[in-house]
Design a binder for this molecule. Structure first.
Ligand code: CMC
Length: 438
């Protein structure tokens, strides 16, 4: 079931203390989830704004794409639970769902997959961009640069008001991200770039470009391809998180989609967001042994240490992140397939989780494992270096970013994003000549 936000039911009246002025603000209701009240006329009516650093209490748009119930640990894409999508669907099917609103029928599925896979190659000139980076550049830096540069290659596709341009840009971005990512890796390790193979599945082709060398044949392990595809599904979208909001904000100015996605990649990079998967592995390596967990958790709880338990906590989930549960299960499957009987990092992570979930500090703050807690262990077992973890997140999240960008552009009520502020700087004063300054 779907619908539009409605203003048909109720209002909130706000009265300013010490004045007889009040404003009646309409309630807005979604199909599920808490209602909101519309503050757009608040300034006109009362001459005040709202204050919400971090936007924890503010809905910035209406969206039909993803729904999260953070208290219940529920994640739905276009109404479908993430557990069902992870088990039964494929990443490209989920991409169709997010972009177009529904699961494709057989003909649509075929056309969509063909549409994406036909765009996997990069313009040959783009190869040269890689040479401009140091070999030890972080691959996320390479991603920001190369994805941003795509806008210089598609002059034919910068009219965002043309639906066909939006469609083709989405295909190009989803298709080229694995190639850009795999080449960032190949460049770092000094191996030749491997060109995409469109006869392979999306995740399979990515693993092929990552691991193959021109000198010998390479066959992708189907169990690992399926695991990769599932990891992509789990990262595909997550409503109005920091990077998606960045894409929407950049897009609200009319910027082209390649530039907007480059902005999203930059935002994803931080350790509080997509960079957490890399940070989790660094943290586990630093802890080193289960015996060191109590001392580490004591440091986390010490407010002066600024150490956080990475892969734990979430702005919206105050319960187990449903993606983390699936990731944990996948982790065991992948390790089994790879014949890894005992992985000290996994043992450490399981023990750390067990202890943290019973610790008053984490319990009282409702801090649970998030998607990043186990993903790094799987990715490491699959042979990815830690610096590539956030890159993989970016490859998958491109689908969510471009879906949200498209939804925003197609929303007739869309206007430039422009938050206000509470100014706390100096009041007006006169310029002081240099010889009179102290
Ligand atoms: N370790 C220790 N304490 C924590 C943690 C943590 N991971 N997360 C939150 N807290 C504490 C925080 O210190 C605060 O305590 P107090 O009330 O005593 O001041 C309380 O919990 C609330 O935290 P907050 O910083 O107000 O929460 P937030 O919603 O602003 O932050 C978060 C959410 C995800 C940035 C944060 O939980 C965090 O830094 N987690 C570790 C990084 C991480 O795993 N990020 C991945 C998120 S999921 C994937 C993604 O979005 O990319």
């Amino acid at each position: 079931m779907s619908g539009t936000a409605t203003t048909g039911g109720g209002s909130v009246t706000i009265t300013l203390d010490g004045s007889n002025k009040s404003a009646s603000l309409p309630m807005v209701h979604g199909t599920i989830g808490p209602s909101v009240f519309d503050i757009r006329k608040l300034y006109d009516q009362l001459g005040v704004f709202t204050y919400d650093p971090g936007y924890g209490g503010t809905a910035a748009c209406d969206s039909k794409i993803t729904y999260i119930d953070g208290d219940a640990g529920v994640l739905l894409h276009r109404g479908y639970p993430i557990e069902q999508l992870a088990e039964k669907s494929t990443f490209l099917e989920v991409a169709h769902l997010l972009l177009n609103g529904d699961l494709p029928n057989a003909k649509q599925k075929h056309e969509f997959e063909m549409g994406v896979m036909r765009h996997t190659m990069l313009h040959e000139q783009l190869r040269r961009f890689y040479d401009g980076f140091r070999r030890d550049a972080h691959p996320m830096a390479v991603m920001c640069g190369v994805v941003g540069a795509l806008s210089a290659f598609y002059h034919d596709a910068l009219d965002i008001n043309d639906p066909e341009v939006r469609r083709i840009s989405a295909f190009r971005l989803i298709a080229k991200m694995p190639t850009i990512a795999a080449w960032a890796y190949k460049y770092a390790i000094g191996q030749p770039f491997i060109y995409p193979r469109n006869d392979l599945g999306y995740a399979e082709n990515f693993l092929y470009m990552m691991n193959a060398v021109p000198a010998e044949p390479y066959h992708v392990n189907p169990v690992l391809a399926r695991a990769m595809d599932r990891i992509f599904i789990l990262h595909a979208d997550h409503e109005q998180n920091a990077s998606t909001s960045t894409v929407r904000l950049a897009g609200s100015t009319g910027a082209n989609p390649f530039a907007c996605i480059a902005a999203g990649i930059a935002s994803l990079w931080g350790p509080a967001h997509g960079g957490a998967n890399e940070a989790v592995l660094k943290m586990l390596a630093e802890i080193g042994h289960v015996d060191n967990i109590p001392a580490f958790l004591a440091a986390v709880k010490d407010k002066n240490s600024h150490i956080r338990l990475m892969g734990f906590g979430h702005r919206v989930y105050k319960n187990y992140d449903p993606r983390a549960k699936i990731m944990q299960q996948s982790c065991h499957e992948v390790l089994q397939e790879l014949g890894i009987k005992d992985d000290p990092l996994l043992d450490l992570a399981v023990e750390l989780e067990k202890i943290a979930l019973h610790d008053e500090y984490f319990v009282s703050r409702k801090l649970y494992p998030n998607v990043d807690f186990y993903s790094g262990i799987i990715l490491k077992a699959m042979g990815f270096p830690t610096s590539m973890f956030t890159v993989l997140f970016a490859v998958a999240r491109t689908v969510g970013w471009i879906s949200q960008w498209k939804e925003m552009i197609e929303d007739p009520s869309q206007r430039i994003g422009r938050p206000r502020q509470v100014y706390t700087g100096p009041t007006q004063r006169d310029y002081v000549p240099l010889d009179q300054r102290r």
